[in-house]
Design a protein around this ligand. Structure first.
Ligand code: FAD
Length: 473
């Protein structure tokens, strides 16, 4: 029996890391299995990479967007291996993390939230929490578990540890990482591991201890990037994807079902027809693109995205009063006068980001409810951040240069109910538009590894889907 597969065309919309990972893995799987597949990738801007943007300047490596990643799933490492660039991965140096509360900087255990290394005892014994706050936090050992399906992250930690731990530790770390409002962010979507610990062990403190000794998901991992910056990953993906099929500077306006195919309307070239589409655009853009086809997406509320900016400053060495041997990152409590939400001493964290004789700092400004600052001019932002660095780490002098990168409406906020809304949406899409997939930072995790995982999963599912019916005698 001769099996002939009919040729199929898949469009990937959006050339950020999710779209590039999806296109790369589809191309690889198609080549490996001899599948007759054409892949097109459509990106509205003139460059690929989306939020991943590295500026290499006079020996400095400046990340305008994400700076590194925690790769619990090893998805980025596997992608790097598949691209032949695994040897370019580098790990961060050990160093201290602080929280700025009032006028002081208090050391806290590193990777408290993102790294899941919740060493509760050490933050409770640190000077950041008052005696009554510590007693309240220890109440976690006695409190019963709850059976709430989903709740705001803030409510969960307030319930377990009390108000002080939330204000001085949980909120600054979360605002610094996700620029979010903990009174709305969903525990189930963002930190399911913590509600699972409560369910399994009742107390988070006991759960952490047990999980750590069982070497479970609470294991520590270090942050990673590439020797020459995160954009190395994008450059490698771009050089491995068939570039004849990449359209840059072309915006997708709508996608409609047309008989068995999908018609993609573009802003500046003729429509393209294809058999399947992987959409990696932010949810609100995807909603616009698909709303003609799908009642459920039209009726869904828009998703909130935080507006933030990264501000990178290079100084001649030794202008900070801080002990440079252990300083690395500090987060800022809302109970302080600072405008910045977090700041990293980049050349202590990474060996390769600044030339000899210079220090490189990277701060974030803007978070939900506090975004107007991002609209200020570059020089006003530089002045504000410099004043914060003077107050917090005793920075002297002026920077050699400053790079301000604004990210408007860029950090998706997974608010309470996010998971169930997205599950319902995906179920409906599978029923009504089986050859369409929605993936990327708006859906199942915003980190770079989460985006790679989603892109790869969509690629696999899509190939299985479109080639299953094509087998003919
Ligand atoms: C400042 C900042 C710092 C971050 N720090 C970290 C970090 O340290 N570690 C970490 O793991 N994660 C971090 N993140 C999160 C992570 O970078 C992002 O979630 C991830 O890069 C998003 O990838 P994506 O492909 O899903 O989306 P994007 O990168 O946003 O890509 C989507 C692409 O779609 C294109 N597009 C939009 N509309 C259309 C259209 N109509 N037609 C065609 N194309 C379109 C866009 O131009 C864009 O290129 C950070 C994010 C930001 C903004």
């Amino acid at each position: 029996m001769k099996v002939t597969l009919s040729r199929k065309k898949v469009a990937v919309i959006g050339g950020g890391i999710t779209g590039l990972a999806a296109a790369f893995y589809m191309q690889r799987m198609a080549e490996k299995n001899n599948l007759p597949l054409d892949i097109i990738l459509i990106e509205s801007s003139l460059r690929l990479g989306g939020k991943i943007q590295t500026l290499r300047k006079d020996g400095f490596i400046i990340e305008r967007g994400p700076e590194s990643f925690l790769d619990h799933s090893n998805s980025v490492r596997h992608l790097a291996r598949d691209l032949g660039i695994e040897d370019q991965l580098v790990q961060n140096n050990e160093g201290k993390t602080y929280v700025a509360v009032g006028n002081g900087l208090y050391p806290i255990p590193t990777n408290f939230i993102f790294g899941e290394r919740l060493k509760v005892s050490s933050f409770i014994t640190s000077g950041i929490i008052s005696l009554s706050g510590k007693l309240r936090a220890a109440g976690d050992l006695l409190l019963p578990k709850s059976y709430i399906e989903d709740e705001p992250v803030g409510d969960f930690f307030r319930r377990r540890f009390g108000k002080e731990v939330v204000e001085n530790i949980v909120e600054p770390l979360l605002a610094g990482t996700f620029a979010g409002d903990i009174n709305h962010l969903s525990l189930k979507a963002m930190f399911p591991q913590f509600s699972q610990l409560e369910r399994d062990y009742r107390s988070l403190i006991l759960g952490m201890r047990n999980a750590k000794s069982n070497n479970s998901s609470v294991e520590t991992k270090t942050y990673q990037t590439f020797h020459n910056g995160l954009e190395t990953l994008i450059e490698s993906l771009e050089s491995n994807i068939d570039t004849k099929q990449v359209f840059k500077g072309v915006r997708v306006e709508k996608i409609e079902k047309e008989e068995a195919q999908l018609k993609i309307t573009l802003n500046n070239i003729s429509p393209i027809k294809c058999d399947a589409v992987i959409l990696t655009t932010p949810f609100n853009v995807t909603k616009e693109i698909l709303c003609k086809n799908l009642d459920i997406i039209r009726e869904m509320p828009d998703m909130n995205y935080a507006t933030i900016a990264t501000v990178t400053m290079a100084f001649k060495k030794d202008q900070s009063m801080m002990d440079k041997n252990d300083a690395m990152t500090f987060y800022v409590s809302r109970n302080s006068d600072y405008a910045i939400t977090t700041c990293s001493w980049c050349n202590h964290k990474w060996n390769n980001v600044a030339p000899e004789g210079y220090d490189l700092f990277r701060a974030y400004i803007g978070r939900v409810g506090d975004e107007a600052i991002v609209e200020l001019s570059d020089s006003a932002i530089e002045k504000t951040v410099l004043s914060d660095l003077k107050k917090s780490i005793g920075m002297k002098g002026s920077p050699e240069f400053t790079v301000v990168s604004r990210w408007k409406q860029s950090m998706p906020q997974y608010t309470v109910g996010h998971e169930s809304r997205m599950e319902k949406l995906k179920k409906n899409i599978k029923n009504q538009l089986p050859n369409v997939r929605l993936v990327g930072s708006s859906y199942e995790g915003i980190s770079v590894p989460d985006c790679v995982t989603q892109g790869k999963k969509a690629a696999t599912e899509m190939l299985e889907n479109i080639f299953k019916d094509s087998i003919m005698e």
